[in-house]
Design a binder for this molecule. Structure first.
Ligand code: DGY
Length: 328
């Protein structure tokens, strides 16, 4: 019996390709070529499944002419690269990779928060540039993390992981805002109090964004929201580019409207707003919050599990639009 054909759209651990090859005919991209949307649509021809990362847009245009496609398995918890309505209309299942990256991403949230508050990269660049010739009392004086107020916008699994680290590890006062309030048990586990978005913006010393990107969350933080924040506050974006208006943030950082920012995600990444590159009080990292080898392997294995689960056994592990299954 011929194996079903699938596409792996980006380079991935070789062992993942081998695992997929046990079940499928695999067209891969181990050279990690950057495909245009048209090239991706072309490569999908005749495939029943695709292993995608968060960077490949799957929408009506990509799906047109690809009637054989049945599943796109994202190696990411975020799935704003999927137009789920278009996928559902085309009968294509989408799956993501939740849970396996929660703790690693929350760790990185804290790394970015600490680096931002304590000016780690700015001071390292100063030292490497040979500018350090004497100690001084206010050199790279930053803000305290312990005992300060940690604000979290978006209190899903990763937000809760950051809250637990802040409350239990650093004795922070944790406040959060979310579309829906957590259960009293979860609030107690995170030692977190629910507040309005306005109070969160006005009160947080460190504001961490961990909400999903949707058209409704586009520019959740813009000039008006930044104006509400304390001049001593730090903003951390771990979520998705587009949630923050990066131009407005660069202006707020330049004008010292807020103290500093730590950004792992950018609107239009891998491009970065040029003004962000000119302000010193921002820590910039290239979308690496989930990047540890064990976690990236776990994410890839979950995508593999979804492809095998659905295409071979009829049971995906983490379906996003299960209504597609009911139609089959
Ligand atoms: C995710 O899983 O959504 C991370 O941002 C990696 O893309």
């Amino acid at each position: 019996m011929t194996k079903p054909s699938i596409l792996v759209s980006r380079a991935i651990f070789p062992e993942i390709i081998s695992k997929l090859e046990q079940h499928f005919r695999v067209e891969h991209n181990q050279d990690d070529a950057t495909w245009t949307k048209q090239q991706l649509a072309e490569k999908l021809k005749g495939k029943v499944g695709a292993f995608t990362t968060g960077g490949e847009r799957i929408d009506a245009e990509t799906l047109a002419g690809n009637a054989s496609l049945r599943i796109c398995a994202n190696m990411a918890v975020g799935y704003n690269n999927f137009d789920l309505d278009a996928m559902t209309s085309a009968g294509v299942l989408g799956t993501n990779a939740p849970d396996v990256l929660t703790e690693t991403t929350a760790d990185f949230g804290f790394a970015l928060l600490m680096a931002t508050a304590r000016r780690v990269t700015e001071s390292e660049h100063y030292l490497r540039a040979g500018k350090w010739n004497k100690w001084s009392y206010d050199m790279f004086a930053g803000s305290d993390v312990h005992g300060s107020t940690l604000g979290i916008l978006g209190m899903g699994r990763i937000g809760q992981g950051i809250a637990r680290r802040g409350a239990h590890g650093f004795g922070m006062n944790v406040i959060y805002h979310n579309r829906s309030r957590l259960s009293p048990e979860l609030e107690a586990a995170c030692k977190a109090s629910y507040v309005s978005k306005e109070e969160l913006l006005k009160t947080a010393d460190h504001l961490v964004l961990v909400l999903p990107y949707t058209p409704a969350s586009h520019h959740t933080i813009g000039a008006a929201e930044l104006a509400l924040m304390k001049p001593t506050a730090n903003l951390i974006n771990l979520a998705r580019g587009g949630i923050v208006d990066d131009g407005a943030l660069a202006a707020a950082l330049r004008d010292k409207q807020i103290a500093a920012a730590g950004l792992d995600v950018f609107e239009g990444e891998p491009k970065v707003h040029p003004d962000l590159l000119t302000v010193p009080n921002v820590v910039l990292t290239p979308h690496i919050a989930s990047a540890t080898v064990p976690t990236r392997k776990a994410m890839a294995n979950l995508a593999v599990g979804n492809l095998i689960g659905f295409l071979i056994h009829g049971k995906p592990l983490t379906p996003l639009n299960p209504e597609v299954l009911a139609k089959k």
